[in-house]
Design a protein around this ligand. Structure first.
Ligand code: ATP
Length: 353
């Protein structure tokens, strides 16, 4: 497992010091994929460099399997770094070496015997599904295949942690999906802890067990992927799965934006209408299975005459909740449609703060 304790990186000195990473705490357990997402300039590349100690953190610790890498001297650090395999957006393969020779590099560097190297390279290329491409040169491989060779090379020294820095960025959707499948296999078969740094939200949905959002060098939100997606108030959950585009509500209807928070019965709209004794219009919806959990968003139109507190409690009983994040903008143009949010509830149900 890998853990970051209060990891900070400051470039320059006062008064021009720039804090690029600000006391980050995160842990990637054995056999888990932890994604870090964030906009351009958030500090993702700096994080990748600090995790591998290519950049020295200004303060804080990088702990791998209980050992603090930041406390090691140069010699010990060189050895300890082997516990972290890295893959980057650029595959970094040597163009004049075959796939097999590229994978062999770290082993040759450590003086592993030729016979052992040959056997290990064959095993690694087989592991990433490229046994038949061993003698191909990088230019004879697709982007996804080159990235697989990069993964095989990253695994050569049997790391316990795999750091992926934008490794699927720039790949087509099929290649991305196949790399994601491979990473999940490696997670399960080898028990790797995978730190997956990316700006691609779709890929996070496919690969991550947990997610953190980095913004201006700080982790502003983190949690289990499915918990974030099921949390109606999570901004990160809303970013990962944006609101479906909805139809306009009929005049006289109020718009409700809701999220699945648990197991929701398939006929929930019928049940909701029955409980409210009112028509419920489905204006937009997305329902899918992510990591074994049903994740859903829906936009509903319900007559304004229906008691809002009643709608709220009926939704809860069905395993749904009104969303607080990414609520559609107010639309008072015709005075009919108005989105409801938890902030509105006290007002809607007549409560006073
Ligand atoms: N050596 C440096 N000296 C000073 N500031 C730096 C240095 N390296 C990075 N920064 C600053 O740190 C911030 C984070 O940069 P970083 O490259 O880590 O972000 P990022 O999230 O990887 O962005 P992108 O997705 O665009 O690559 C930026 O504001 C950048 O200008």
């Amino acid at each position: 497992m890998i853990r970051l304790d209060q990891l900070s990186k400051v470039y320059g000195t006062a008064p021009d010091a720039v804090t690029v990473l600000d006391r980050l705490d995160l842990a990637v357990d054995t056999g888990r994929v932890f994604a870090v997402v964030g906009p351009s300039g958030a500090g993702k590349s700096t994080l990748a460099q600090c995790v591998t100690l290519l950049e020295k953190p200004t303060s804080g610790r990088v702990v791998v399997n209980g050992d603090d890498l930041t406390a090691l001297g140069a010699q010990d650090l060189r050895v300890a770094r082997r516990r972290i395999g890295t893959i980057f957006q650029q595959d970094g393969l040597f163009s004049r070496r075959t796939a097999a020779d590229n994978v062999a590099l770290p082993l040759q560097y450590l003086g592993v015997t030729k016979a052992e190297t040959r056997a290990r390279v064959a095993e690694l290329l087989d592991r990433v599904g490229l046994a038949d491409k061993a003698q191909h040169y990088p230019h004879q491989l697709s982007g996804g295949q080159r990235q697989r060779v990069g993964i095989a090379r990253a695994l050569a020294l049997r790391p316990s942690v795999l750091l992926s820095d934008e490794a699927t960025s720039g790949l087509d959707p099929d290649s991305t999906a196949s790399i994601v499948r491979l990473l999940r296999e490696l997670r399960d078969d080898l028990g790797l802890s995978i730190l997956f740094i990316t700006h691609e939200m779709d890929t996070v949905l496919q690969v991550a067990d947990s997610v953190a959002r980095l913004d201006h060098g700080r982790i502003v939100e983190q949690g289990e992927l499915t918990a974030l997606l099921r949390d109606p108030d999570s901004a990160l959950g809303a970013q990962l799965r944006p609101e479906p585009l909805a139809l306009p509500a009929a005049a006289g209807d109020r718009v409700w934006s809701v999220a699945y928070t648990g197991d929701v019965p398939g006929d929930w709209i019928l049940r909701l209408a029955a409980r409210l004794d009112a028509p419920v219009a489905l204006l937009g919806a997305s329902v899918e299975q992510i990591d074994g959990a049903a994740i859903g968003r829906a936009t509903l139109g319900i007559p304004q005459t229906v008691d809002a507190a009643g709608v709220d409690s009926a939704l809860r009983e069905l395993g749904l909740a009104v969303r607080g994040a990414a609520i559609p903008p107010l639309d008072d143009r015709d005075g009919a449609a108005r989105p409801a949010s938890p902030d509105d509830l006290p007002e809607l149900i007549g409560a006073r703060a």
